[in-house]
Design a protein around this ligand. Structure first.
Ligand SMILES: [Zn+2]
Length: 72
């Protein structure tokens, strides 16, 4: 299985598992790679986990992830 470099532009839907993060699960502050602003603790959002590189998971605002998908 080929490995993707850690660039979000290379992520395709079949290589990334997207999981919802509920507000009660969001205990830390994350930076959204879509808009480069913070995701506040307690805010529901999404986490995108590359299937072959789970350590490279990134947290996204829901609308930012949707816009990324439309850009393809
Ligand atoms: Zn965002």
């Amino acid at each position: 299985m080929k490995r993707h470099r850690p660039a979000t532009d290379l992520w395709h839907d079949d290589a990334v598992e997207v999981r919802p993060v509920q507000p009660f699960q969001a205990l830390k502050r994350y930076t959204c790679p879509g808009c480069h602003t913070d995701i506040a603790p307690g805010a529901g959002h999404l986490v995108a986990v590359p299937r072959d590189a789970p350590d490279l998971r990134r947290h996204w605002h829901r609308p930012c992830w949707s816009m990324r998908a439309r850009r393809r």
